[in-house]
Write a new protein. Sequence first.
Length: 295
Amino acid sequence: MIWRICILAFGTFCAATSVVMTKTSQLQPEHLSAARLITGAIILCPLFIRDRKRYPEFSTTDAFKVSALPSILLAAHFITWNIGARWTTSANSTLIVNMIPVAIPFMGYFILKERLNGKESVGTILAILGISVLAVTDFKLDARLLAGDLVCVVSMLLMAWYLILARKNKSIPSIWLYLIPLYLTASGISFFAGLLRTGLPYSTDPQEWIYILLLGLIPTALGHSLLNLSMRWFRSQFVALMNQMQFVYAGVLGYWFFKELPSQAFYVAGAFMLTGVLWTILTHKDTYPHNQELI
């Protein structure tokens, strides 16, 4: 089990790195989302080809059908998150994205009929305490920020729904047969949305291609892919609580790259969240079949 937890932790860190490239890129949200998704799909394409040969009975048409709804949710999540984060404060957007463990139990119940167990409830309560610390100290009630806050809430719900569907679709023989069609479709949706809102992408600085490559490789091909893979191994709330560490990682990266000094509330909230994550790991029972492949 320890290897799978390490893979999930690594995927969470990779997903958190998106804050660096997203904040430095000047591309429109839709075009940036489309570019990172198509890049991630291209990077992972060899795994899709490998598993397409391994499981010839699972057709490519079926893969695109199964991934249709998740691709819509992922494209909408990326676009709304990029927009919402630019319309509100960093503190507000960070707080809202960390509400996923609050949303996942409700979606998990209605979509998967999966209830929280007692040990997960303890980890969830600790995570909510961390969120509450941020809410009391950092959240700014400002009518000018309301639109951005609401867009971030929508983005968080889309992310939770998208992750839940990865667990629902775990019967697909390979995660790569699911994800590559998902990324390709989500990329097309994002690009089309960009055409409707802003038209064709304007000429970009050569440095933007570096941001696109890094976004496609680290937070997409590695981050989101490993989070989806983990949803096949673990209960949805376990992944949601582990994903809380993105908050801590993003804070460290923000200080390292942008000299954003975290507030005292960051450390208190981080302590609660880290305690919740550690509790969840230490009390988790391994139920994953050991005869299945990791990747």
